[in-house]
Design a protein around this ligand. Sequence first.
Ligand SMILES: [Zn+2]
Length: 57
Amino acid sequence: MILHVCEVCGADASFGYGAHLRLALQKLAAGDIAAAKLHLGKWYFREHRPAGGESLA
Ligand SMILES: [Zn+2]
């Protein structure tokens, strides 16, 4: 399991936005770390979720 931390406070984050884990893992497997991070999207702690965003949790 991939660990995510909040973009705001660094706490464990369980709400992801713009994440494409399958693509990220494919990029990681190919050694393209920058592209993998891009596909991991942004993650937030519950209280720090952006309003109106799409949650993948
Ligand atoms: Zn936070």
